[in-house]
Design a protein around this ligand. Sequence first.
Ligand SMILES: C[S@@+](CC[C@H](N)C(=O)[O-])C[C@H]1O[C@@H](n2cnc3c(N)ncnc32)[C@H](O)[C@@H]1O
Length: 276
Amino acid sequence: MDDSATDFNILKRHVEQLLKIQCSNYKEDYIKRRFLSRMRSTNSATYADYLRYLKAHPAENESLRNALTINVTEFFRDKEVWDEVKNVILPALFQQKKRITIWCAGSSTGEEPYTLAILLYEATVNHKDRSGIITATDIDEVVLAKAKAGVFEEKAIQKLPVSQVQRHFTKRPDGLYEVKPHLKELLRFRPHDLMSGVPPVRYVDLLTCRNVTIYFTEKQKDDLARLFHSALVTDGYYIMGKTEYLGRQVEDLFIAKNSAQKVFMKREKPPQAKLL
Ligand SMILES: C[S@@+](CC[C@H](N)C(=O)[O-])C[C@H]1O[C@@H](n2cnc3c(N)ncnc32)[C@H](O)[C@@H]1O
């Protein structure tokens, strides 16, 4: 092993202990690219230089955490899929039951779970017998804390219709927008590592995990699909990100309901393998 590979492994181990992020859960190439991006920003020429920088500058911990977990998100990201949730999925679920359970996995700073909360609120507000609860989870406790606070800059809510902003947000004296209690009440936030193999919630009717698995290996993605299958009720919905896909090993666990929007439904019994 050359010096650079050794230094990379030392840095990786340090980061695992420091940030409690299992680097080995991600493709090595991905971790290297994230390290290199922080090395450029901190003028570190080598992995060893960057490790020294990291130890000397505690503020760099957060920058590195953000680089590793990339938290980019937005309200109603990919609008069409939320139209499907509003017009097809929620009405179908409420036809079957009065109370529904939603899991938003990899919820980042909160834009996606609050998007779900807006839709859930609007589907229940005039139907007193309908209700639901959303569990939003992320591995990164910093973004979770931000999500829980529910305070956003104006640019985050700019694309929302004015009526929706007025109904669901309060403009604070400091110019930031805070989510109103009627949405916060629909949500609970929890730290959770999707690689842990255990779902944080069960009997889920609707599960969203979008733009999270792009850096997972094929095996990790398959394991995750099996985890989601076990967490969902029969006929429960699973929504992936637009660029994500179900691997060959697990595609029989779900039925595609809207392929363009990556909406799937849990299949209770995968079809039997055909006899030759
Ligand atoms: C790009 S954001 C996606 C946010 C939102 N789902 C969306 O589509 O807009 C990816 C999120 O996945 C989280 N994440 C990455 N690896 C994770 C893991 N192993 N377990 C749980 N969350 C993870 C990151 O912390 C980050 O907040």
